[in-house]
Design a protein around this ligand. Structure first.
Ligand SMILES: NC(=O)c1ccc[n+]([C@@H]2O[C@H](COP(=O)([O-])OP(=O)(O)OC[C@H]3O[C@@H](n4cnc5c(N)ncnc54)[C@H](O)[C@@H]3O)[C@@H](O)[C@H]2O)c1
Length: 267
């Protein structure tokens, strides 16, 4: 793809976890990286790490809840690079677990505003540039939660299912215009994501953190797979091997899938 030749990538939520790992993975391949995050200290630290290795990166504060921040991020990238290769909509938060009927509406709004509308705002801000330069690539970080629909996670599941659907739509809409789309659906892996829970019940933070610790793969492993997926213009990326079982079981036997999920241990 012509636009990939720019070797420039902008990543939201790049100050921590998977975002930070993707900054390093793309930089190791010689790409220039725009590090965007709401957390200024964390984002600037990642830029310093890249500069220490001789790579090229700059920081731009960006809250994905603000349309103007995404537009400024796009403008800054164009100013720095004259063209943009890849946008990665990665910024996200998780909710504390709870029965659907007891989850506060304000918590639904927080999750959807960041996890779904943050991605929508990113796509809306950058797509005109990709269309104008007749090429580019969008990576949306969803989750296997958007497919598996684990009990007690309704708002997180719904936000990520919507990101998968949005990505499927964009893949069709933009494919004719030489703009690639990848949607990434990881299972749990170790990051600081549990810290974004608001008012978790006693022990919930620890349970989620321990489940993340048990992951067979790391944020760095997933970041390497994202680089490869972009280069191959691969659409679905399910980096944890076992999650393909979830994918197929749900499609081939929805009733059996439902029975398995109903017995799933949740906190
Ligand atoms: N860690 C996992 O187990 C897991 C599994 C599946 C999917 N994911 C997804 O991966 C993505 C990255 O999460 P992570 O696990 O690296 O978590 P993390 O908490 O380590 O990193 C998330 C980053 O997003 C930033 N952020 C939060 N709100 C923001 C906002 N409004 N605007 C801009 N930046 C904001 C945070 O400052 C942080 O730097 C998320 O979309 C998450 O849902 C994570």
């Amino acid at each position: 793809m012509a636009s990939i030749a720019h070797q420039t990538v902008v990543i939201t939520g790049a100050g921590s976890g998977l975002g930070r790992a993707m900054v390093h993975a793309f930089s190791q391949q010689g790409w220039s990286v725009a590090v965007a995050d709401i957390n200024v200290d964390a984002g600037q630290k990642v830029v310093a790490e890249i500069e220490a290795t001789g790579g090229q990166a700059f920081f731009q504060r960006c809250d994905v809840r603000e349309e103007a921040d995404l537009q400024q991020l796009c403008d800054r990238c164009l100013h720095e690079w004259q063209g943009i290769g890849v946008l990665i909509n990665n910024a996200g938060v998780v909710s504390s677990m709870g029965s659907t009927e007891l989850t506060l509406l304000s918590e639904w709004q927080r999750l959807l505003d960041i996890n779904l509308l943050g991605v929508v705002r990113g796509c809306a801000a950058f797509t005109p540039t990709f269309k104008a330069q007749q090429g580019g690539h969008i990576v949306n970080i969803a989750s296997i939660a958007g497919i598996s629909s684990l009990p007690k996670f309704a708002n997180y599941n719904a936000s990520k299912a919507a990101v998968i659907s949005l990505s499927e739509t964009l893949r069709i809409e933009l494919g004719q215009k030489n703009i690639g789309v990848t949607v990434v659906c990881p299972s749990l892996f170790k990051t600081n994501l549990a810290d974004s829970m608001v008012n978790p019940r006693e022990g919930q933070h620890e349970k989620v953190s321990q489940a993340m610790e048990r992951s067979s793969i790391s944020a760095d492993d997933i970041a390497q797979k994202v680089v490869k997926a972009v280069n191959k213009n691969q659409f679905y990326l399910l980096p944890h091997k076992h999650t393909w079982l979830v994918w197929w079981l749900k499609r081939l036997s929805p009733r059996l899938y439902e029975l398995v999920m109903a017995r799933w241990p949740v906190a």
